[in-house]
Write a protein that binds this ligand. Structure first.
Ligand code: 2PG
Ligand code: MG
Length: 418
């Protein structure tokens, strides 16, 4: 068994120009790999802690302390040790941290090491990362069933200054063939560009590569998507459905009312759920993520009952934060029927896998997701294939850090089905 001979983190920049960690590892057999850590903007308050330096450097967002924690504390614990069981190494890092939310060493520090150790072991075993991950964590991928992409082509909320309360308006192609699904999404994206140009609306993109025009209402993006789909020669409801990440914690007011700024009106949880149901009828809205706020458990059950009856996916992101403990609560309360998985919400790959397994056991659908602050690291594409995820959400069809994930999936597809 190879030993860990080299482990080094440095500070790099993510897609928003904010610092994040890149970690490189080398084993005694010469295998070498590098991984980078993503970062969110609309973060759930129950996520593991992302360690930032504060102070003047990078407006307080530096990660020098997290880098130091990798290079001194985590390297001190792992160097010259055999690396073979990732559950053990992840556990060792969590124990060294000793806090419930990785506050001492930083979830960004721990995740960087967790990811790079998986990558370097896959190199050592001469296996593609997705195959290594599947075997290591006991999944049996079915390569004929690739995750369905969720293309976030109109950006709002904290990801753009479009003024939209809802954060992500997504295209969900129905094609089973992954390259066809990508083509369909890309064609609609290009038609959306034309449509916006014809209306003299802005075609600048937001954090996740979706357009961010200033619109009059939160419904207008749904109308635009429906139109772009027709213009591209596709049929809404047949070739394509729609998805929405409301990220609603961001517009919940202390009085329990969800405030839609563009419309100048506030909605109760029941009214918001009724709106999703209406959009299901009108626009084939198939999936709603964080349709209600992260601690609104009681209303989540009401939402899942209502939308679940329409066969819609009700996805918990900030609600579950990739944490088995919160997911267990969700299963007990029948709060949702799908979970969004983000590796940095929990901070190790092994805990991420545990959440995915628990979700599967309880018939929850699994969505593997990027963060709004990304790098060109493509680990989540391999992860999605390894666990046979139902969906993958990696942003729009522009911006290199988003396309890196879809292009990696196209590569895996061609290796396995080509
Ligand atoms: C989300 C994500 C990713 P962020 O809310 O699902 O799209 O955004 O990374 O800003 O939390
Ligand atoms: Mg979300």
């Amino acid at each position: 068994m190879p030993k860990l001979k080299f482990l080094k983190a440095i500070e790099i920049l993510d897609s928003r120009g904010n610092p994040t960690l890149q970690v490189t590892a080398e084993l005694s057999d010469g295998s070498r790999a590098t991984a980078a850590v993503p970062s969110g903007a609309s973060t759930g308050s129950h996520e593991a802690l992302e360690l930032r330096d504060g102070g003047k450097r990078f407006l307080g967002r530096g990660v020098q302390q997290a880098v130091k924690n990798v290079n001194e504390k985590l390297a001190g614990r792992l160097l010259n040790k055999e690396i073979k069981d990732l559950k053990k190494t992840d556990k060792a890092m969590c124990e060294l941290d000793g806090t419930a939310n990785k506050a001492k060493l930083g979830a960004n520090a721990i995740l960087g090491v967790s990811l790079v150790l998986a990558k370097v072991l896959s190199v050592s075993e001469k296996k593609p990362l997705y195959q290594f991950l599947a075997e290591h964590y006991g999944f049996k991928p079915d390569f004929s069933k690739f995750p369905r992409p969720m293309f976030n082509v109109i950006n709002g909320g904290l990801h753009a200054d479009s003024g939209l309360s809802f954060q992500e308006f997504m295209l969900l192609p129905t094609q089973k063939d992954f390259p066809e699904a990508v083509r369909c999404g890309a064609e609609v994206f290009q038609n959306l560009l034309r449509l916006l140009k014809s209306r003299a609306a802005s075609t600048l993109v937001g954090d996740e590569g979706g357009f961010a025009p200033k619109l009059r209402s939160n419904e207008e993006p749904m109308q635009l998507l429906a139109q772009a789909i027709v213009q591209a020669g596709y049929v809404l409801g047949k070739d394509m459905e729609l998805g929405l990440d409301a990220a609603s914690t961001q517009f919940l007011k202390p009085n329990g009312i969800y405030s839609l700024a563009l419309e100048g009106k506030g909605l109760s949880a029941e009214q918001l759920v009724a709106l999703y149901a209406e959009w299901h009828e009108k626009y084939h809205l198939h999936l709603v993520e964080d349709g209600l706020a992260e601690d609104d458990w009681g209303n989540w059950a009401m939402m899942t009952k209502t939308l679940g009856n329409l066969k819609m996916r009700v996805v918990g992101d900030d609600l579950f934060v990739t944490d088995v403990k919160r997911l267990k609560q969700g299963v007990e309360k029948k709060a949702a029927n799908a979970i969004l998985i983000k590796v940095n919400q929990i901070g190790t790959l092994s805990q991420t896998m545990a959440a995915i397994k628990y979700a599967r056991q309880h018939k929850y659908q699994v969505v593997i997701s990027h963060r709004s602050g990304e790098t060109c690291d493509t680990t989540i594409a391999d992860l999605a294939v390894a666990v046979n995820a139902d969906y993958i959400k990696a942003g729009s069809l522009s911006r290199g850090e988003r396309l890196a994930k879809y292009n990696r999936l196209l590569t895996i597809w061609s290796e396995e089905n080509g």
